[in-house]
Structure formats: structure tokens, C-alpha cells
Design a protein around this ligand. Structure first.
Ligand SMILES: [Zn+2]
Length: 365
């Protein structure tokens, strides 16, 4: 089993194109063609995690945070990033990061947090725009079904819980085949009229290459006519944060106790209690300050995230109970998610969770 196949599987879960523009998810160190001997999953990659991978005979680390995030111009080992990179290369350990692409799918980082709180009716807090496109193509009426099916098989035409969605209208297409062409219908040098079906299907942007390739393979014309439009529609399951509901109302105090216990927290930073029962909860694993107003707008009683600055606590303004549970703490269950996902898919080698606590923050109490 090559590392490439593991990457393909991870990218079916969380396509790289869903990562934010500032991110550096993907295979950061190593060759995709290498045979995999074992996988170690972690939130962060440090020198100790690389050492652990070597000891456990894992030549692939699948981590949430990319070890190389900004440009590196020298590799002298003068900071932890350079030392980790050098150690991984020396020991033939590949490093793959599945970062904001995993944040941006509803089945990702946030679903793990929601799961610990038993939230129901979970929805993306801020769905991403411009992740959908529409393909329009024209095909001879008798070939339309075959082309539609090829497009569906490539992933087009899926809307929510529906698949094989398309719009079709028949009309008359014209063309004149030029010298040197090999027309499917009609004669060279003569204008031809053909009964055609105009087929329209939507698809997620990251599938564009696959959709065009399958269209060209299935289309009988030498030059398949098609165009692609970017859509304003949002995809409900792609975007930042999550909002969900508790089965029954609890007090703010109860919620914080549940958080403390299930996330093994020694401390929670939070704004003043509002004295209201909690039923709707918004959350975002990692740094989620940018979603505070979305959480308020969604009608959540509480917003659970991390990396909140002093003045951002003021922004809650008695409209929501804002809780900062710590970055590592909020994302800790991502390791479980990655491990279980990979263990289910691959049986030829071990998929192990790191035993290192890579949290750089300590609490003195
Ligand atoms: Zn993070």
C-alpha cells in the first residue's frame, strides 16, 4: 500500500480544495510513491512525535496542523519547525496535514466536539460560498442518458439527500465540420442540424477536472460543447463552525461542568453567565473568534471555541455565553476521528494514535 492511496482516501473525506487560502494542508514531507509501513496520527508534529513514529515503525504521520505553515528559507535546525522537518527527512517519515479542509466539512473537527456534547440537528454555522458550479452541455438526444450517467458517476448532480439531479431540454444544434475533422454525425463541409439535449448539472468545484474528463470520455462528438458557471448557492455541509441542539435544556453551570469533564479541562475562560437555560450551542474547534457574531445570529445560547482575546470577550455583550476551552483541548478528538477513519479503511498496517501530549500550553493551578 503506497502513501498515495492513503492520501487519496483522506482527500475523499476532506478535499484539499476546501482548505483556506492561507493554509498548507497536504503531503508536506515525503514521497507519495513510498510504501506505507504504518500511520501515526496526531494534532501537531514535533520532534518527539517523529521519534515516536520511528519507534513504532510508522513512516507516515497524519497530523491536523501543518508543520510547515509559512515559507522556510533555511534548514539549520535553529527552531522546532526546522528540527522536526530535518528529523522527519533523515528518518524517512512522511508528514501529511489535514487542516482547514477538515475544519470545513461537517463530518470533521467540529462533529467530534458536537458528538461529545450529544448535539442534534447539527448544521454548519457559516456555510462557504462559491463551492458549487454548474455544467451545461449539449449532446445528441440518443446519447444524453449515457452522458448524464457518466456525469452522475463522476459526482455531479448531488443536492443534499438527492442524487442524479439534472435539467434537460431538447432543441436543435447546428454545426459544420471542417477539413480534417471526423464528425460523429453530418458531413464535412455541410451544415448539420442535430436534435440535441441541453443537459445541466451542479457539482462541487473541487470535482471540476473529474467532471470535464468524464464528459469528454462519454460525449460522442469530437468537440464536446460545454460551459461551466460558478454558482452563488451555498453548500450546507461545507463551511466553518457548527450549531446544534441539546436533547433537553440544561443550566450554564451544568454545561460548563460537562465540558470540563468530557474535554478534561482544568480551566474554562468564559464571559459572565446570562442566567438563561442552554439549549442551542455553537462551536468551532481551534481559533474561532471570527464566528462569534454568526453564533449570536444563529440564536445560540453558548459559543464554544478557543483563542479568544480579551477585547473579544467584550464583544459577546451579554448576548451569548462565550467559552474559550483552549485550542488543543477543542481539537483533541480530531486524533480519534483520523485514527478511526484510517483504521476502518486500511488493515495492512497499524494506525496508531500518538501518545504525546503536544499541547504547548500548560496550566498552573
Ligand atoms: Zn487548530
Amino acid at each position: 500500500m503506497k502513501i498515495k492511496e492513503i492520501i487519496q482516501s483522506l482527500e475523499r473525506l476532506a478535499p484539499l480544495s476546501l482548505q483556506e487560502s492561507y493554509d498548507n494542508a497536504g503531503l508536506i514531507i515525503g514521497k507519495a510513491e513510498t510504501e506505507c509501513t504504518g500511520i501515526l496520527t496526531s494534532l501537531d508534529v514535533t520532534e518527539s512525535v517523529v521519534k515516536e513514529a520511528v519507534n513504532k515503525k510508522c513512516n507516515l504521520i497524519v497530523a491536523h496542523h501543518p508543520i510547515i505553515f509559512k515559507g522556510i528559507k533555511k534548514l539549520n535546525g535553529k527552531n522546532y519547525i526546522e528540527r522536526t522537518v530535518i528529523s522527519a527527512i533523515k528518518n524517512d517519515v512522511a508528514i501529511y496535514a489535514i487542516h482547514t479542509n477538515l475544519d470545513n466539512i461537517i463530518e470533521g473537527v467540529n462533529k467530534m466536539i458536537a458528538g461529545k456534547l450529544n448535539l442534534q440537528n447539527c448544521q454548519t454555522l457559516l456555510p462557504k460560498r462559491r463551492t458549487l458550479e454548474k455544467l451545461v452541455t449539449f449532446a445528441p438526444v440518443k446519447n444524453a442518458a449515457e452522458i448524464r450517467n457518466a456525469l452522475f458517476n463522476a459526482g455531479a448532480g448531488a443536492i443534499g439527500k438527492y442524487d442524479k439531479c439534472s435539467f434537460n431540454v431538447e432543441g436543435s444544434g447546428t454545426f459544420r465540420a471542417g477539413e480534417g475533422s471526423d464528425p460523429f454525425v453530418g458531413k464535412i463541409g455541410e451544415q448539420h442540424f442535430e436534435n440535441e439535449t441541453r443537459i445541466e448539472v451542479v457539482f462541487p468545484s473541487f470535482l471540476q477536472n473529474k467532471i470535464i474528463t468524464s464528459l469528454k470520455e462519454a460525449h460522442p462528438y469530437e468537440e464536446a460543447a460545454y460551459y461551466i458557471q460558478e454558482l452563488e448557492n451555498v453548500q450546507k455541509n461545507i463551511g466553518s463552525g457548527l450549531v446544534g441542539e441539546l436533547k433537553s435544556e440544561i443550566s450554564e453551570n451544568e454545561l460548563l461542568n460537562i465540558l470540563k469533564k468530557s474535554f478534561k479541562l482544568s480551566v474554562i475562560k468564559h464571559t459572565a453567565f446570562l442566567g438563561k437555560p442552554v439549549s442551542k450551542i455553537a462551536l468551532c474547534g481551534g481559533a474561532g473568534d471570527f464566528l462569534l457574531f454568526n453564533a449570536i445570529a444563529a440564536g445560540a445560547n453558548v459559543y464554544i471555541t478557543s483563542d479568544i482575546k480579551y477585547h473579544e470577550f467584550f464583544d459577546a455583550d451579554n448576548r451569548i455565553l462565550l467559552c474559550d476551552i483552549g485550542h488543543y483541548e477543542s481539537e483533541q478528538f480530531t486524533i480519534e476521528l483520523l485514527t478511526e477513519f484510517l483504521q476502518e479503511k486500511f488493515h495492512n498496517f497499524a494506525v496508531l494514535k500518538t501518545e504525546m501530549n503536544t499541547n504547548p500550553v500548560s496550566y498552573f493551578s
